[in-house]
Design a protein around this ligand. Structure first.
Ligand SMILES: [Zn+2]
Length: 356
């Protein structure tokens, strides 16, 4: 019954948007079936919690083509959509390096609408690997709100205002949303002042959307940059397997947590690990902030206690201590599972991994 309904929804959407382009229909159908089968798999496996019932996409902003329905101009500065939907020839703008890939390696072409225009995404099938020298360094990362992350070498990335570190290392965790909040709120109020259905309101909505777009781009750029840096200078990176979804339920912190963009950072870490042939590993975050990295005793502390102080004489900044624990946990995990063990065991220990 459910299956039937989902199928019906898909057909309606395709008929509406895509008409008779077989290739684009196929691509969209594949994506829809993927969602449906994922739902069924979750049900069969009795996955706890939500099963992910496929939702109707009523605000779809993209069309995906496979290998037909489009053609690149020989100069590759223009692209033509040949499925007679009235799109026609489009000029490609901005910086791009699509000309460095053979046309055959382009497997998908997707038109996406964003608040500031239409974009074309080319999905290129190429080996994305870059060999860079192994550095012999290992790192543990603790994500936080005070700092974007703290590593097991005691480095705080972008410390928040009012951090207790010397001013030079004291740069704010880039809370892009917080910073632009005033502007965004202003833009949002402007929408409500315009009359519904009028052009002015559409313009105001667009201005508002662009502001959000800018923030999301800033965030992407930032996590991309940092993740690349981390993976270039370390052979192993261990981080917490954070359940951002659960944490966001804490309403006092929700906006800040969402704003920090750890999830994105994490996926970029994994991406660069693969690209550079290095290792990225997630460990469960339990007790990492409570345990003493020197003697292993649990030292209970609340969220507001920013320093780890232990009877054994170990005094460390809270996140620093957690990062050391995370790295240790990661190494234990590798040792027990044997996964990639040889790769890591030969590496020398992380710089002052135990602080002292
Ligand atoms: Zn201790």
């Amino acid at each position: 019954m459910i299956c039937r309904r989902s199928r019906l929804l898909v057909v309606i959407r395709l008929a509406h948007f895509l008409g008779d382009n077989a290739s684009a229909v196929q691509a969209a159908a594949e994506r829809a079936w993927f969602a449906i089968s994922r739902f069924y798999d979750n049900c069969k496996k009795n996955k706890p919690g939500k099963k992910g019932y496929p939702r109707f996409q009523h605000d779809n902003r993209s069309v995906e083509y496979k290998t037909s329905g489009w053609s690149l101009h020989p100069t590759k500065r223009r692209v033509t959509f040949t499925d007679k939907k009235g799109i026609g020839e489009l000029k490609l703008m901005g910086k791009w390096d699509i000309h460095t890939y053979p046309v055959k390696s382009i497997k998908r072409v997707r038109i996406v609408r964003r608040a500031d225009g239409f974009y074309i995404q080319f999905c290129v099938d190429v080996e994305c690997r870059e060999d860079i020298a192994s550095t012999g360094q290992e790192i543990g990362l603790d994500f936080g709100l005070e700092y974007f992350y703290t590593d097991s070498n005691g480095h705080h990335e972008k410390a928040a205002f009012g951090g207790k570190l010397p001013p030079k290392t004291c740069r704010p965790n880039p809370r892009f949303l917080r910073k632009a909040e005033k502007q965004i709120k202003h833009a949002q109020r402007r929408i409500y002042k315009k009359q519904k259905g009028k052009n002015g309101r559409n313009k105001a909505r667009n201005r508002y959307a662009r502001k959000h777009l800018k923030i999301s781009r800033q965030r992407t750029e930032h996590s991309l940059l940092k993740a690349r840096h981390v993976m270039q200078s370390n052979d192993l990176c261990v981080y917490e397997n954070l359940q951002v979804k659960n944490m966001v339920r804490n309403h006092h912190l929700a906006k800040s947590i969402n704003d920090a963009g750890w999830r994105q950072f994490r996926s970029y870490l994994e991406y660069f690990a693969q690209k550079y042939g290095k290792m990225a590993l997630a460990v469960e975050p339990h007790y990492t902030s409570q345990q003493c990295p020197q003697c292993g005793i649990m030292v209970k502390k609340s969220l507001s206690t920013r320093t780890h102080t232990c009877k054994c004489g170990c005094v460390l900044q809270r996140d620093y201590a957690a990062a050391i624990n995370i790295l240790r946990k990661g190494k234990e995990k590798i040792a027990t599972s044997g996964q990639g063990g040889s790769k890591v065991s030969s590496k020398k220990k992380s710089r002052n991994a135990l602080g002292s």
